[in-house]
Write a protein that binds this ligand. Structure first.
Ligand SMILES: [Zn+2]
Length: 132
């Protein structure tokens, strides 16, 4: 290989703006031309990661919510967890959790339920049970 080409290959470029990083300043393993580019790169990456992460959680919650809502529409207030799993319910995603005595109490928006080792019980839409 042409030695000049090899040398060109090794010119370090900023990971954000692509500018050639000056070799005279800074550490030899620098990845960015400036602190501004370094921050911009990390901020851009963080935004993407956060939004993917949020989208995933929203999807899981919406999915759980629609399953619970369907169950309530059918008059089901107690169901075994295996069936729930088969419906693709994932109880690791909830909008709140509290331990009330021996009860593991969860909410998915306005729908509340308790999780026992084998069942989801006391499924209830608190807006429906409110006195008129
Ligand atoms: Zn740069």
């Amino acid at each position: 290989m042409c030695p000049k080409y090899k040398l060109e290959e090794k010119v370090p470029r900023c990971m954000y703006c692509g500018a050639v990083i000056g070799l005279a300043t800074g550490r030899p393993d620098r990845k960015f031309c400036s602190p501004e580019c370094k921050n911009a790169f990390h901020n851009a990456n963080r935004k993407i990661t956060t939004s993917h992460y949020h989208d995933r959680i929203y999807r899981m919650l919406e999915n759980n919510y629609s399953i619970l809502k369907h169950l309530l529409a059918m008059g089901v207030t107690s169901i075994d967890r295996r069936t729930l799993r088969e419906l693709h319910f994932n109880h690791e995603y909830s909008t709140s959790y509290s331990k009330l005595g021996h009860r593991h109490h969860y909410t998915c928006f306005e729908i509340h339920y308790d999780i026992t080792p084998t069942r989801a019980i006391n499924i209830e839409n608190i807006l429906d049970s409110q006195p008129e």
